[in-house]
Design a protein around this ligand. Structure first.
Ligand code: NI
Length: 258
């Protein structure tokens, strides 16, 4: 069964058929899904989804693009939610300099604060980093993130940067982008990274793989990502599915769940 480590099924793109779609995941080979909190309301909806479906788990956190109005009270609220059994990580948190807002200082402040929160509650982190390679790395090093652990979601940097995170014990989240024709850099990362540190993710509804690039993404499309990774690694699709399943359970420390 396939493990999708990063989804946004609370997104309005699924309002028309969410239940129908999620009901058929099992029969189509999707065994486990982690829905990702990306803001205050999406975190609420994420936790609700994890309570409604036994195979859906949750993370709680605020995406760098959503931190402008964040308060200390919100962090206290996240800390309380983090105690729930099906909450597996703090995220997605990080830095996104692709757009000018919120300003860098604000993003950095709340990234640090949420890394600290992960340490306090003893959960791994799900990192979002876009056009912010150097600052992300500096902050994570300063926070001794190798002791926190987690995943670099939708990894988009060079092999040199990948190597640093792999050495810190982080997993790399690989999704639809690896199937794109112009993704030579990411293909190189996948070729060189140890298979034991790769996990599958969709980022649904975003980042559909070929041949559905540009369309709404769902976990059902992960088979195309699996095929691409299998080709790059010289493995069978079944091996990729099995190994990434085991990796995802380790990343999210699921063996400690009852
Ligand atoms: Ni995401």
């Amino acid at each position: 069964m396939i493990f999708d480590t990063h989804t946004h099924y609370d997104d309005e793109a699924f309002d028309c058929d969410r239940d129908e779609l999620l009901q058929k995941m099992h029969q189509d080979g999707i065994g486990c899904i982690v829905n990702i909190g990306a803001g205050v309301s999406s975190t609420k909806e994420t936790v609700a989804l994890s309570e409604a479906y036994d195979f859906i788990y949750a993370t709680v956190g605020v995406h760098p693009s959503e931190v402008a109005d964040l308060t200390d009270a919100d962090i206290d609220w996240l800390r309380e939610l983090a105690k729930r059994e099906k909450v597996l990580a703090i995220g997605e948190i990080g830095l996104d300099y692709h757009y000018d807002e919120p300003e860098k200082e604000v993003q950095i402040k709340w990234f640090k604060r949420q890394l600290e929160l992960a340490r306090e509650v003893n959960l791994p982190v799900c990192i979002h980093s876009r056009d912010a390679a150097q600052d992300t790395l500096e902050i994570m090093k300063a926070a001794h993130s190798e002791e926190i652990g987690g995943v670099i979601h939708c990894f988009s940097y060079s092999w040199d940067m990948a190597k640093i995170y792999l050495d810190m014990g982080f997993y790399l989240g690989i999704g639809g982008v690896v199937t794109f024709k112009n993704s030579r850099k990411l293909k190189e990362v996948v070729e060189k990274a140890p298979m034991e540190q790769i996990v599958l993710e969709t980022d649904a509804p975003y980042l559909s793989p070929e041949p559905y690039r540009g369309k709404r993404n769902t976990s059902l499309n992960l088979k195309y990502v699996v095929e691409q990774i299998a080709e790059l690694k010289g493995m069978t699709s079944d091996e990729v599915i099995q190994i990434t399943w085991d990796n995802a359970r380790k990343l999210y420390r699921m063996d400690s769940l009852v």
